[in-house]
Design a protein around this ligand. Sequence first.
Ligand code: FAD
Length: 452
Amino acid sequence: MTFQSRIKIAIIGAGPVGSLCACFMAEYGYDVTVYESRTDIRHTETTIGRSINMALSERGINALQFINLDNIVIDELAEPMYGRMIHSIDGRKYNILYDILENKCLYSVNRNDLNAVLLTKLEKYQNVKLNFSHKLVDIDFKTTQLTFETLENPQKIVKPDIVIGCDGAYSTVRKNMIRLPMFNYSQMYIDHGYLEINLPSNLNKDILSAHYLHIWPRGTFMLIALPNKDKSWTCTLFMPMDKFPLLLESETENILSFFYKHFKDFTNLIHPKYLIDQVKNGKARTLISIKCNPYHVNDNFLLIGDAAHAIVPFYGQGMNAGFEDCTLLNLLLNEYEHDLNTVIKMFTSRRIHDTEAISDLAFYNYTEMRDLVARKSFLWRKKIDNILQKWFPQTWIPLHSSVSFTTIGYKQCQLNNQCQNKILFLVLILFATMFGIAMYFIVMSTSTTISA
Ligand code: FAD
């Protein structure tokens, strides 16, 4: 019996991050019990409009590698996306590749499918117990006592040694932490929300070119479409929340004319009745951004994933960042030789600058996706970035590439981008000054010639 097997770890939440974290802990031989409030998603049908496709990128893949799931996920669940395909309002289309050097891609994965694969992996560990329909309702931080509501027992009590809260953006673990002194917390609902629309595979599928993330940027709102393995598309309309009732409660003709006006080529792909049904029966969902500090209480309660740092989805990094939390935990376990209490205390200071940076970058990317990608200045900047990246592949890594295709800390990615912006600004000033001086001498020499 190893010392790890005597340490009881409770993981709250069997979403993607909780399941992965439990696998990591199980690999090391800890005694892991996972508590999930819902029933097993593998036996529950997904409701249309609640599927959520996610862009899996380097940080997520890197974490999956530790439990040898990276290739399985990429080969069996994922569709590659090599760039953005922009659909202009006038019907023009153009692509913006993510990576011109090595043609790297993001992977479109259905959240439930990925979660299911992780749960199946988790079940195979002898040292893991998986409890569904166990809703955490209360915590006593002094005694490490957790109270769960289950189908049979309204007050099931357990006492683990370590608790890792992976219970998502509306975390109960975090709600209990908020009451404690010196625990800082902030949340912000953004003005925009989203509505999911499914584009089935059997309808004119060839019009949307595969292997791209399609975007219809319309200034204050946008539609995006991510490919699925079965050739269907998961589309999401992002729009100010106060505009949704006008659309969802509209007459059929008004809904259709909205889609025809703003997303004509998309609307031609979908049967009008199917579109109308989804819009009328759909629900606009809110988007929340959450920050807290620290991520731990005492030396035995820790928050990771959305429970610690839910971000808006526009950089496609929420789950990737949660998976990277698991990678950091792994690193710290090795660095502190499995002294879990020290690992938990060190986690916040090693992670918080990066998670706050990606939270800010995710806000910025919404403006980029719904507005900037349609502007000439953005496309010029992209061209300059591509040229500089070709010339200096080791030093000039554009922001999107460093966030999506490397494991450079998010904070460092943000700082590098600020530095690149300054360099480009200075070069622009230099060119403008040189141009000004040249013009001055040309004008002066012309006027001297005329007066002579
Ligand atoms: P969750 O997925 O929320 O899982 C939490 C789990 O805890 C759930 O199973 C829940 O049932 C359980 N739970 C909750 N309360 C309790 C309780 N009291 N007791 C027991 N169990 C409990 N991320 C990306 O990386 N790429 C993307 O492209 C991307 N796109 C997104 C698009 C949209 C529209 C949205 C909304 C999000 C997107 N994300 C994306 C973010 C991603 O979905 C989340 O970051 C990810 O799901 C977080 O995983 P998690 O396990 O931390 O939390």
